[in-house]
Design a protein around this ligand. Structure first.
Ligand code: PLP
Length: 353
C-alpha cells in the first residue's frame, strides 16, 4: 500500500446499499429519489446531445450558471455549478479547513458530510438533535469556540426530516461570522421544504448554500448540483472545482429541466400535499412515531426496524435503515406519488401486524 495520510487509513468508504436495486421492479423508497423520471423534454435533450457528435469534446457550459441563478433567485456571480451536491460539500470542506480543525455536524447527519470532513482530517463535534426532532440551537452555539472552522446545517435534516428556523440559522451565522467560522447550509430538499437561506447570502460572507438537481428534479444519475455563496467565495471555490467536473449530460438535463419547472413543481406538490399527509395519517392511526418532516421522507421509530425493512423488501419495497436522534435504529421512507404511497401502505399493512 502507498503512503496514505493517517486519517484516510482510519476511514471506511461510504458504501450505500445500492447493489441489487435494479434487479427487480422494486418500489424505490430508500434514497429520497423521485419515484417517476424526469420530463420527456429532458430525455429528448439528452438524446439530442448524444446524437450531436460532441461526446468527444470537453464540456462547455455557456449560460448554465446564469440559468441556475435565475431559477434560484440570486446573482449569477453567486453560483457555482457542481458535480452533484456532494461535490459542493467536498469543495467547501477542502476550501475551509485543515487537518486537526474542528467541524460541527449536528447528529444525526448526512453520510457525505462526515465523509468529506473526515477526508480533510478534521475532528467532528456532534450536538444531538432533540427527541422531538428539533435542532440543538443552544448546544451548537456553545460549541462555537476556537478551532471550529465549519458548521454544517442540514436543513431539512437528512435523515430526520426536521427543519431549522431561518431565524436560528441567522443567529448561528452572526456568531459564526464574528469568529470567522464558515456555515454550510445544505438545502438538498429545498424544492420540497421551501426553506432557504438564499435571501441572506449578501449579508453573510461565511454562508455557503449547497443544492442539488438529484431530488425534486430527478436528475440524480447525471450528477448535478450547485453552490450559492458570495462572488468572492465563488472565485476561491473555482480554484478547487475542475474545469470539466460538471459533465455535459448534467448540463443538458439541467437546462431542459429548468425550462419546464411545472413538471418539477407538480411532483413536489403531489408529494407534499397529497402523499405525505396520507402516509402521516396512516402512521398516526397505527401509533407509529415519526419526526416532523419538511422533506420528501419520514423517519419512523419502530420496534425491530431491520425485520420490517427485510419484510418490505421481500414484498418489493425498498426503504432505508437510519439512525434516529439518539443513535437507535429507525426506518427512513421516501415519499413518492400518491399511487406509490397507497402501494406502500397496503404492503406495510401486510408486514406490520
Ligand atoms: C442532505 C443531502 N445533501 C446532499 C445530497 C447530495 O445529493 P447529490 O450529490 O446527489 O446531488 C443529498 C443526497 O442524498 C442529501 O440528502
Amino acid at each position: 500500500m502507498a503512503n496514505f495520510r493517517e486519517n484516510i487509513k482510519k476511514m471506511n468508504p461510504y458504501e450505500p446499499p445500492l447493489e441489487g436495486r435494479a434487479s427487480r421492479d422494486y418500489l424505490l423508497l430508500d434514497f429520497n429519489e423521485r419515484t417517476i423520471g424526469p420530463s420527456q423534454k429532458v430525455k429528448e435533450a439528452l438524446k439530442k446531445f448524444i446524437d450531436s457528435g460532441k461526446l468527444q469534446v470537453y464540456p462547455e457550459y455557456g449560460d448554465l450558471e446564469v440559468k441556475i441563478a435565475k431559477y434560484a433567485g440570486v446573482l449569477s456571480s453567486q453560483v457555482m455549478a457542481t458535480n452533484g451536491g456532494d461535490q459542493g460539500i467536498d469543495i467547501i470542506c477542502r476550501a475551509c479547513f485543515d487537518e486537526g480543525d474542528k467541524v460541527i455536524i449536528p447528529f444525526p447527519g448526512f453520510a457525505m458530510h462526515y465523509q468529506s470532513v473526515k477526508v480533510q482530517g478534521a475532528e467532528v463535534l456532534e450536538p444531538a438533535y432533540r427527541q422531538d426532532g428539533s435542532f440543538p440551537l443552544e448546544e451548537t452555539l456553545e460549541l462555537l469556540s476556537n478551532g471550529v472552522k465549519l458548521i454544517i446545517l442540514c436543513n431539512p435534516n437528512n435523515p430526520l426530516g426536521s427543519s431549522i428556523l431561518i431565524d436560528d440559522v441567522e443567529k448561528i451565522l452572526k456568531q459564526a461570522k464574528e469568529k470567522k467560522i464558515a456555515v454550510l447550509h445544505d438545502e438538498a430538499y429545498f424544492e420540497f421544504s421551501g426553506i432557504t437561506a438564499k435571501d441572506i447570502v449578501s449579508d453573510f460572507d461565511n454562508l455557503f448554500i449547497v443544492r442539488t438537481f438529484s431530488k425534486a428534479f430527478g436528475l440524480v444519475s447525471t450528477r448535478a448540483g450547485y453552490v450559492i455563496t458570495q462572488e468572492a467565495n465563488v472565485q476561491e471555490l473555482l480554484k478547487i472545482r475542475g474545469p470539466y467536473d460538471v459533465n455535459m449530460f448534467a448540463k443538458t438535463a439541467v437546462l431542459a429541466a429548468l425550462e419546464n419547472l411545472k413538471y418539477m413543481k407538480d411532483y413536489t406538490k403531489e408529494v407534499m400535499e397529497k402523499s405525505k399527509p396520507k402516509l402521516e395519517e396512516f402512521l398516526t392511526e397505527k401509533n407509529i412515531f415519526f419526526y416532523p418532516s419538511a422533506a420528501n421522507f419520514l423517519l419512523l421509530r419502530i420496534q425491530n426496524p431491520q425485520k420490517i425493512i427485510d419484510g418490505l423488501k421481500s414484498k418489493g419495497v425498498l426503504v432505508r435503515f437510519k439512525s434516529a436522534h439518539d443513535g437507535k435504529g429507525a426506518i427512513r421512507i421516501s415519499i413518492g406519488t400518491l399511487k406509490d404511497t397507497e402501494r406502500f401502505i397496503e404492503i406495510f399493512k401486510e408486514i406490520f401486524t
